[in-house]
Ligand binder design. Structure first.
Ligand SMILES: Nc1ncnc2c1ncn2[C@@H]1O[C@H](COP(=O)(O)OP(=O)(O)OP(=O)(O)O)[C@@H](O)[C@H]1O
Length: 211
């Protein structure tokens, strides 16, 4: 499903992550690692929003750097701490994403309803709490028809009922073939979210840990 080749990421000449050849099949993966180990760097690179050496392939055919548009239409990403334009509403952000992802704006309605966001979805984003912003970023990550969804710290700032809703979205999407990379410092509840394997980011590289 995902292949990382001759990957190196530097910040100001400092090597942060080096992965020579790494591949994983479809599934739900828990991205683990200490603070500052490079989890966000890995996810942001796979999302195509950071410059790096090497290349990343999806489904053995879509190269991030060569087939950028097609690759991006398959990969959705939710940042750990999402930042949105303050004067847009949640609904306007959803409309923007839906247009960028060639999706119907109505696709998000089921997500808005299940996360109980109806009462504030039309309000400007500078009035949202961090949990409300987190939920919006998660809705955006499910818009379109992604085959890979990257969720950076999706469990933080979410209350218990919202977490259960998120787990159900992930399980349902997985049943439809969508894969997930999910970074977290806390172990996702195994029964609620069956993990295929863990990806450990450590010592400037990436290791697969099977259960
Ligand atoms: N924009 C940047 N400029 C310079 N260094 C950076 C930048 N972003 C991240 N780094 C460095 O890269 C390393 C990896 O950071 P990253 O945010 O990927 O770690 P992380 O595993 O996601 O950390 P955490 O668990 O604390 O969120 C850290 O040493 C960090 O200081």
């Amino acid at each position: 499903m995902l292949q990382i080749k001759q990957f190196r990421k530097f910040y100001h000449h400092r090597l942060v992550l080096s992965v020579s050849d790494f591949s994983i099949g479809p599934g739900i993966y828990w991205v683990k690692g200490a603070n500052g180990s490079g989890k966000s760097t890995l996810l942001r690179s796979i999302a195509g929003i950071l410059h790096f050496e090497g290349d990343i392939l999806l489904h053995n055919k879509l190269m991030l750097k060569k087939h950028t548009r097609a690759y991006r239409s398959e990969v959705n990403f939710a940042e750990a701490e999402p930042v949105f334009p303050p004067y847009l509403s949640g609904q306007e952000m959803i409309a923007l994403f839906a247009s960028a992802k060639n999706a119907a704006a109505t696709q998000a309605e089921q997500y808005i309803d299940s996360m109980q966001m109806q009462t504030y979805i039309k309000d400007p984003l500078n009035t949202y709490s961090s949990g409300m912003l987190k939920k919006l970023s998660l809705v955006l990550a499910f818009i379109g028809k992604p085959s890979l969804v990257l969720l950076d710290e999706p469990l933080i700032t979410m209350d218990g009922p919202s977490l259960r809703v998120l787990y159900s979205w992930i399980r349902e999407s997985r049943e439809q073939g969508v894969s997930f990379l999910l970074s977290s410092h806390q172990s996702p509840e195994e029964q609620a979210l069956p993990m295929t394997a863990s990806l450990l980011v450590e010592a400037q590289t990436l290791k697969l840990e099977t259960p």
